[in-house]
Design a protein around this ligand. Structure first.
Ligand code: C2E
Ligand code: CA
Ligand code: CA
Ligand code: CA
Length: 276
């Protein structure tokens, strides 16, 4: 039994070593990718639940990896966080997304809103507020999506101050993954975000579970009574879309309509959609 136990420990430490080497490799590659400008935004459209017009796009970071192709954030975000480089990724995703909005506009594709994801690291970045002065003030709205966990668990004053300043500069605030964390009604009132994004784990079961449906309906009701817009993410089927629309959810986002796509694909998609 003793021997078996020792073997088990060895197997475990081999695994651990493999994971450590893997992470180190990813870290080195990620630093090179940042230098080589290999991060780009993909865009997933959002739709007005009533008219089905495109009401905005969410920018989602992608790593264009020379050998492995397009990598999603689950492959690099944690490592970037560990290296303290997420703020840098956030900054260039914002910059490149603003550039694309202008480019699409020049082609007659007008998207009313750009939403970008923003990390706690980035929110604490003094350069952020400098950059906000350069944000476009007309034509479209810029929204920052903050994870529910950032904005509510972290009660630090400067986060609140940063959010206040964002709003003063005309940036909208959206609470991401709402319903997955611990947001209280009190902190919601205090932050007064423009929108809540209902976490996709809450959206998924609404077609099969009456109690899940009621939960989502009550979030939509809270939004209505506080004057906060509601976005449902992870809308995977037209059944989901129809249930959400009937409940009064304003904005729909998910595979039922469109997946995240490159800026060229987004432009073609929007052109098609407008002329549908
Ligand atoms: P998120 O902000 O909650 O983004 C939604 C995620 O759900 C995206 O994954 C999107 O591709 C996926 N998704 C969209 N519609 C559907 C659907 O109908 N079904 C399912 N199952 N999934 C759907 P993605 O692009 O892999 O991003 C994962 C997370 O990485 C994001 O979750 C966000 O938290 C983070 N992230 C992405 N881009 C950035 C960024 O530029 N900066 C920072 N700080 N975080 C980012
Ligand atoms: Ca998001
Ligand atoms: Ca989300
Ligand atoms: Ca999420």
């Amino acid at each position: 039994a003793k021997k078996k136990g020792r073997n088990r420990v060895e197997i475990f430490s081999d695994d651990l070593r493999a994971v450590t080497i893997q992470t180190k490799q990813t870290a080195d590659e990620l630093l090179r990718a940042l230098e080589g400008d290999a991060f780009v935004p993909f865009f997933q459209p959002q739709f007005d639940a009533q008219t089905l017009a495109i009401s905005g796009v969410e920018a989602l970071a992608r790593w264009e990896h020379a050998e492995r192709g397009i990598l999603t954030p689950d492959k690099f975000l944690e490592v970037a966080e560990g290296l303290g480089r997420v703020a840098e990724i956030d900054a260039l995703i914002l910059e490149k997304s603003l550039f694309q909005m202008t480019r699409w506009g020049a082609h007659g594709i007008e998207i009313p809103k750009l939403s970008v994801n923003i990390s706690a690291q980035r929110l604490k970045d003094p350069k952020l507020l400098g950059m906000l002065g350069a944000l476009p003030t007309d034509g479209y709205t810029v929204a920052f999506e903050l994870l529910e966990s950032i904005s509510f668990e972290d009660q630090e004053e400067y986060l609140k101050a940063a959010i206040r300043l964002l709003k003063e500069r005309g940036v909208q605030v959206e609470i991401d993954d709402f319903g997955s964390g611990h947001a209280s009604i009190v902190s919601l009132l205090e932050l007064a975000p423009h929108r809540l994004k209902i976490d996709r784990k809450l959206v998924a079961p609404i077609d099969v579970s009456e109690s899940q449906r009621r939960l989502v309906a009550s979030i939509i009701e809270i939004g209505r009574s506080l004057g906060i817009g509601i976005v449902a993410e992870g809308v995977e089927t037209m059944t989901h879309a129809e249930i959400l629309r009937e409940m009064g959810c304003q904005t729909l986002q998910g595979y039922a309509f469109a997946r995240p796509m490159s800026s060229a694909d987004l432009m073609a998609f929007a052109e098609d959609w407008q002329s549908r």
